[in-house]
Design a protein around this ligand. Structure first.
Ligand code: ADP
Ligand code: ADP
Ligand code: MG
Length: 241
């Protein structure tokens, strides 16, 4: 245990929560399949970044996570890798993972990384680009041949607000909120209201949330403490940076 604490210290990792799994030193320490490890290597990643070392094991155990780590520190792969491992392969159950991003540009970037990291698995990874097309694509009468949705909250809520809702989120297992500090920004209640609506639609009983942020933001932390059972907090770098 002392050795683990030392390893966290040298990597600038701090953790809060109960029974937190050990950080991984190398990708092969992670409980993930060979092909995902190979995809990481193909992306040019030779060693996990600190947020990946600690965040991936937490999510692989199915724990809800609030992760804070600086911009450019590999947060995208930190949530994509455990999701790819958990979803395993494509199914016809409708979306099983939902990633919320503050901008469409970021959603596209995240989709590209997801395609690379899941190469060979055949997942259907969607972003909502044309809203008119989306209106007919994801309803309860669709073929449900899609697995991962990456989107801004506005577009998603537009679909949820149709009568009947134009998208079914009842199979969502993981909800990721990326750049949570930006989404929760400037005291505006609108994102929180959207998030409540999205959570209500994600009504699968073992749905889990993972929140990623570049800065430590008290409103985000407070929301997590109130809404995420068994929360694990992982911070990389200075806590009040
Ligand atoms: P963040 O979301 O924390 O700002 P990103 O996930 O966008 O960071 O990653 C920043 C850059 O680092 C990207 O170009 C990504 O491909 C790269 N990257 C991610 N993980 C690793 C890794 N383990 N080793 C090397 N580069 C990585
Ligand atoms: P974002 O870029 O965050 O997805 P936008 O500012 O592009 O959001 O706004 C998209 C929103 O515009 C949708 O959520 C929806 O409420 C509304 N909207 C309604 N009809 C359309 C349409 N045909 N094309 C695009 N957006 C539409
Ligand atoms: Mg990011």
């Amino acid at each position: 245990q002392e050795e683990i604490n030392h390893y966290r210290n040298v990597n600038n990792i701090s953790v809060v929560g109960r029974h937190i799994p050990n950080p991984a030193r190398v990708f092969s320490d992670l409980n993930i399949d060979k092909d995902i490890q190979e995809n990481l290597i193909k992306c040019g990643y030779s060693e996990p970044t600190p947020i990946q070392k600690q965040g991936v094991p937490v999510m692989l155990e199915g724990r809800q996570l609030l992760a804070c780590a600086p911009t450019g520190s590999g947060k995208t792969a930190a949530f994509l890798v455990p999701i790819i491992q958990h979803l395993n392969g494509p199914q016809k159950q409708g979306f099983r993972a939902l990633i919320l991003c503050p901008t469409r540009e970021l959603a596209s970037q995240t989709q590209r990384e997801c395609v690379k990291l899941s190469e060979g698995r055949g997942f259907k990874i969607h972003i909502i680009s044309k809203i008119k097309k989306a209106l007919t694509q994801y309803g309860s009468k669709s073929n449900k041949k899609y697995d991962i949705l990456i989107t801004t909250p506005n577009r998603l809520c537009f679909l949820l607000n149709q009568e009947p809702p134009a998208i079914d989120l009842s199979s969502i297992q993981w909800l990721v909120i990326d750049e949570a500090d930006k989404l929760f920004e400037d005291g505006s209640r609108s994102f929180r209201d959207q998030l409540q609506q999205i959570l209500k639609a994600c009504d699968n009983s073992d749905r889990k949330i993972a929140m990623f942020s570049a800065t430590h933001t008290p409103v985000v932390a407070k929301w997590c403490v109130h809404n995420m059972v068994g929360l694990v907090r992982v911070t990389v770098g200075h806590k009040n940076a």
